[in-house]
Design a protein around this ligand. Sequence first.
Ligand SMILES: O=C(O)CCC(=O)C(=O)O
Length: 238
Amino acid sequence: MTTTMRRSMAPEADRAAVTTSGGQQCALNFAAAPDQPERLAAGASLLRGFAVPAVADLLDALHALQAVSAFRQMVTPGGFPMSVAVSNCGALGWTSSRQGYRYTARDPDTGQAWPPMPEAFWRLARDAAAHAGFPHFDPDACLINRYRPGARLTLHQDRNERDFSQPIVSVSLGMSATFVFGGLSRTGKTAKLPLHHGDVVVWGGPDRLRYHGVLPLPDLPHPLLGRQRINLTFRKAG
Ligand SMILES: O=C(O)CCC(=O)C(=O)O
């Protein structure tokens, strides 16, 4: 059953035209009704406030997950600690180490399986994907990113998954951030999108391998989550 959700209007400042890698202009919400996805590209959408009605359930579940697999700063293959702290839930969890990036069935810190994906997480990801035009999304991996002020994610592609036919669903909670959405090559043009509490970005199909990242987080505490931003990134990895 698809949950009916209340969607918030995008702030005026978010309504801008941006230029993407192909040089086309993306109309960010000029034509979108409040409950319609903002089309960023053929296979990419921004769902403003889509997760807001689920926030209480998501945060309850997150709290329980933290007791099993806590946030930690992983090391990049180059040997540097990531500024973003991460954890995972679901059958597979994304990890980074001196050996590279990979999905594992077990949490390397505890040696135990990653905690199962909470129903509230899975349902939100499935509903958001369907709303953006990707029915039947069935994620088996949820990477949980925690940003403190100053943390950032450099431009990258998600290509450690087996199945690129499935989209990526990315949920923002807490402090606002600037999401950088690029093209299919690292040097392609980028669009900068402000993401707020409850926003969801979905990209798949011809846009599944777009480069993306997050600019250093400004220190603007959120009324509910304080000085942190939580991002849930859902993927079909195995
Ligand atoms: O934090 C975000 O909004 C994006 C996260 C991301 O790009 C990733 O986990 O690969």
